[in-house]
Design a protein around this ligand. Structure first.
Ligand code: HEM
Length: 231
């Protein structure tokens, strides 16, 4: 058996791979949040940023493919390890509240699967234009494409905005436990620093969630609008 096969089969090897893919996803999530926040600078800034990404051409496809592989590995491992943990402990604890685990840690697989469902709908919405096709195609006839108006008109719909806000709360729970868990797996959580790492993980997780939530919320309450002069 090759070293790579042994690593994949061992539980600790898979936990390390899960932590490393998780950290890569976190970097993407953080970068994407910073990109989205340009909406507060204005339409031109967000559209320039979106045009820059599109301008990467083939490199964008390489990044997309890499991201997809990282996502798939992370998801397969999370499902595998959750099922293995459950079969190793077939009888539930008689008194669940004696187990020192936060709500975020106990719901990781569910918040993770919800975020996965969100990402599929999100790509159908903003990348492929399947959910609001008229808006998407009209804005893509402009040069550069008016991604700002696509986002604003998307979140002026209370259904989409509420959906995003709810799912970003799930993301907050997921990420706030994920950072701590990755630190532990990668050996960066010495018992002396455990309380600090836990606090920082929760703070960072909710900073990211709020960084995403402010976008649909600001559109919903009218703080961010379509550019003057119409679409
Ligand atoms: C306020 C919340 C969000 C907004 C406004 C937003 C905005 C966008 C927009 C406009 C695009 C299309 C970019 C383009 O094709 O030019 C996009 C793509 C994408 N977003 Fe988001 N996003 C949000 C939240 C998230 C979250 C929380 C995640 C992941 C957890 C995420 C993951 C992605 C992915 C994977 C893509 C596809 C990237 C690609 O085109 O290859 N987004 N987002």
């Amino acid at each position: 058996m090759s070293a790579a096969e042994k690593f994949w089969i061992s539980s600790i090897g898979r936990k390390i791979l899960m932590a490393v893919t998780g950290v890569l996803l976190l970097l993407f999530i953080f970068g994407h949040m910073v990109g989205n926040l340009q909406i507060f600078i204005g339409a031109e800034a967000l559209n320039r940023y979106a045009a820059f990404l599109q301008g990467l051409g083939e490199l964008l496809w390489v990044i997309r493919f890499g991201l997809l592989v990282v996502f798939v590995v992370h998801i397969i491992l999370s499902i595998q390890l959750t099922l293995e943990n459950r079969s190793a402990r077939p009888i539930k604890y008689r008194c669940e509240d004696t187990v020192q685990a936060s709500l975020a840690s106990r719901t990781m697989i569910w918040t993770g699967l919800l975020v996965l469902g969100f990402i599929i709908l999100h790509i159908l919405h903003f990348t492929m234009g399947v959910l609001q096709p008229e808006i998407f195609h009209e804005m893509h006839t402009k040069e550069p494409p008016d991604v700002y108006s696509i986002v604003v008109m998307g979140f002026q719909n209370i259904g989409f905005a509420s959906f995003y806000i709810l799912l970003m709360i799930c993301l907050g729970f997921h990420v706030s436990h994920a950072i701590m868990s990755a630190c532990e797996t990668l050996g960066l959580n010495h018992s002396k620093y455990h309380p600090t790492v836990t606090k920082l993980s929760v703070i960072l997780g909710w900073v990211i969630a709020v960084g995403y939530i402010v976008v649909p919320l600001s559109v919903l309450v009218g703080l961010v609008n379509l550019p003057a002069g119409g679409m």
